[in-house]
Design a protein around this ligand. Structure first.
Ligand code: SAM
Length: 281
């Protein structure tokens, strides 16, 4: 049974990193006229009320978007992310946080496609309401890790698979690698972006090692921490593992992440990583 609800976490520092990276990849795909396809394997509800009970219970948005939305010195990629978020908050108050499905929708052109998977029985209904009817968007109440395989390679032969699990079970860490290996076999030129939390560093080391042994080439890692490991605060850091990342992304992240670590880090404990897990050749 799934118990995770993203509304408790919407707009936190992990969402900031995930959505900045997501938008960079999409902007890169949109540079060419040829259409692309995005698969979001763990879509969530689409958008979240920051003044709702769930969000107010944890106030995790205070670790992320709250620090950013009123600043006028944001690096361009962060400014673009905040600008998109502001489109959902037109009355000057920041009350709605747009999740990956709505952010991706903002960047779709007439011929691009988006396939959304969500397994939670309540979230799927909210997702459908939030996305409204759009012939470019397909929404499935199904396991995104298992069912996205059948959609690969997409007819467009260009695209992104975003994998954003809730890691409710420890086995999720190994399952994502198995799924990515299968997906990559079917669509080797696609871009894949996997979000991960850092709760116990040992699990992340095992995850990174599994990718290094996977046979997949060209893997980058971008991580942002607001606390040091073992701070006793739960999730200290989170990151994105990107396969076939746009060529410019690592350079951009080298500029953005130190800035985010400084602004979002707690008591000067912000930290970041930009690393090549596996080279291109
Ligand atoms: C971290 S949230 C998604 C947040 C969203 N990607 C965003 O950035 O706005 C993870 C979601 O995945 C759903 N989920 C968990 N396992 C799933 C699976 N195997 N397939 C599809 N959805 C799943 C959960 O119900 C939850 O809503």
């Amino acid at each position: 049974m799934l118990s995770y609800r993203h509304a408790f976490h919407a707009g936190n520092f992990a969402d900031v990193l995930k959505h900045v990276v997501l938008l960079e990849i999409l902007a890169y795909l949109a540079q060419k006229e040829k259409p692309f396809c995005v698969i979001d394997t763990h879509a969530g509800a689409g958008k979240y009320a920051l003044d709702g009970d769930f969000a107010l219970k944890t106030r995790e948005f205070d670790t992320g978007i709250s620090h950013l939305w009123q600043r006028d010195d944001l690096p361009p990629s962060v400014a673009y992310y905040v600008e998109l978020q502001k489109r959902f908050n037109t009355n000057g108050h920041f009350k709605t946080y747009a999740g990956s499905p709505l952010l991706i929708k903002q960047l779709l052109r007439a011929k691009d496609r988006l396939c959304l998977f969500e397994l939670h029985s309540t979230e799927i209904g909210t997702l459908k309401e939030n996305m409204k009817h759009d012939k470019r968007i397909q929404i499935e109440h199904a396991d995104g890790l298992k069912n996205s395989l059948a959609l690969l390679p997409p007819i467009e032969r260009r695209g992104l698979v975003l994998i954003d699990p809730s890691y409710e079970m420890k086995s999720d860490y190994s399952e994502v690698v198995k799924s990515l290996v299968q997906m990559h076999k079917r669509f080797a030129t696609g871009t894949y972006a996997l979000w991960y939390p850092v709760i116990e560093r040992g699990r992340n080391q095992a995850l990174e090692m599994a990718f290094q042994k996977s046979g997949i080439k060209n893997i980058q890692l971008f991580e942002l921490g607001i606390n040091t490991d073992n701070s006793g605060r739960g999730m200290n850091a989170s990151g994105m593992i990107v396969i076939n990342s746009p060529w410019h992304l690592a350079e951009k992240m080298k500029n953005i992440l130190p800035w985010l670590a400084q602004i979002l880090g707690e008591n000067g404990a912000g930290n970041f990583r930009v690393e090549t897990l596996v080279t291109e050749k």
